[in-house]
Ligand binder design. Structure first.
Ligand code: GDP
Ligand code: MG
Length: 373
């Protein structure tokens, strides 16, 4: 009773099942057909793409989870401002990786003398206006996979557009992802150092896609940057902070931790390794953690500098050891009261995951398109 097939969902919205399926595939979901069973999170996201709202159908699991994550005496009073979590998106070769590298180097330069950041999927940057957290897995797959799983980790999207190129398919895709997730966009007009750079053209093109520059009376900040020379990076971070301040992002560090898996892998020596963005509460070593259908007691926490830490508060990325299996990117993470509850919820989720995708009915987008013609 907590699941629905794609066909049933389409019927409730008075839509053709194939249209709903096309949407689901365009969101990056694979191996689904109109008879596939959707979990509550997927159904919710999918319905919202068509302007519908799905009531929380997975009540039983959510209730046990709520009970398991409660802390006595907890209240909203502990809410504090938290750093923004930012994702960089844009067309291939427009400079996403270069920009992230440049931002990270700029932050490492002061303080962490010669410090080598290790890759944990995200990192924090200190700016004059405060801390910003960056997801450093640029690209649409991660974002889409997370959204398809109901995770919303990003507060702000930096849309990178190469000034010597222009609006490309993945630029449009990034815009529609951000808009569907109601995530504000800051435009980084990159490669401004190049002689062929034409920032005006980028502004015109993006205006016609609904991103009006502030200087033209719109609401979107456009910052001219060069990931190569470093020009404009400070201004870009400032613009991100301005947008973050408007959002008034809050979290309660006194709560049990909750967040999202950014990436995970199996390390031969250390076992399952999960890189997590803590979004609310504080995660500590010794906590019992539930991540999708994985669970375990947190054995060690490591920050993006490779240092062992005892705890991680809101908007902090950490690497976690101690889970019994490798979770997936986008899996929700919760610190829960005890191992027994964690194991029970993990088991329920594992069973559910099995019913989500019938193995024998995989369909490729190509095959589907052929069938529709
Ligand atoms: P991604 O595919 O979006 O991650 O793009 P990359 O960061 O890999 O950059 C693609 C190419 O553009 C690389 O050869 C970079 O050196 C180059 N590039 C990136 N940013 C700039 C820039 O600001 N100026 C110049 N001239 N080249 C850049
Ligand atoms: Mg790249």
């Amino acid at each position: 009773e907590e699941q629905v097939t794609l066909q049933q969902l389409a019927a409730k919205m008075s839509l053709k099942a194939t249209d709903v399926l096309m949407k689901l595939l365009s969101m990056g979901m694979t191996g689904v057909n109109i008879n596939s069973t959707l979990d509550a999170d997927t159904a919710k996201i999918l319905a919202s793409e068509f302007g519908w709202t799905v009531e929380d159908v997975a009540v039983s699991e959510e209730q046990s989870l709520t009970a398991a994550t409660e802390v006595s005496g907890e209240s909203e009073e502990g809410s504090e401002a938290r750093p923004a979590i930012v994702t960089v998106m844009g067309h291939v070769d427009h400079g996403k990786t270069s920009l992230l590298d440049r931002i990270r180097k700029a932050s490492v330069a002061d303080g962490e003398a010669g410090g080598i950041t290790q890759h944990i999927g995200a990192y924090r940057v200190e700016t004059p206006r405060g801390t910003v957290a960056f997801l450093d897995t640029p690209g649409h797959e991660a974002f889409t996979a997370m959204r398809a799983r109901g995770a919303s980790v990003t507060d702000i999207v930096i849309l990178v557009v190469a000034a010597d190129d222009g609006v490309m398919p993945q630029t449009r895709e990034a815009i529609s992802h951000a808009q569907a997730g109601k995530v504000p966009i800051v435009v980084a007009v990159n490669k401004i150092d190049k002689p062929a750079a034409d920032a005006e053209k980028i502004m015109r093109d993006l205006s016609s896609l609904g991103l009006q520059p502030e200087e033209w009376g719109g609401e979107t900040q456009f910052v001219h940057v060069s990931a190569k020379t470093g020009q404009g990076i400070d201004r870009l971070l400032e613009s991100v902070q301005l947008v973050a301040e408007i959002q008034e992002l809050k979290a309660n560090p006194k709560k049990r931790a909750s967040g999202t898996v950014i990436e995970a892998l199996l390390d031969r020596g250390r076992g399952p390794v999960a890189r997590i963005m803590v979004q609310d509460g504080t995660l500590r070593t010794g906590d019992v953690l539930l991540a999708g259908s994985a669970w375990g007691k947190v054995r060690a926490l490591t920050d993006e500098m490779g240092r062992s830490v005892a705890e991680a508060g809101p908007s902090t990325p950490v690497e976690v050891l101690g889970l019994n299996e490798v979770p997936s990117a986008g899996d929700p993470v919760h610190s829960v009261k005890d191992g027994k509850t964690a194991e029970e919820i993990a088991e329920t989720r594992r069973k559910k995951a099995k019913t989500l995708i019938p193995q024998d009915s995989r369909v490729s987008l190509e095959a589907l398109t052929r069938n529709l013609q």
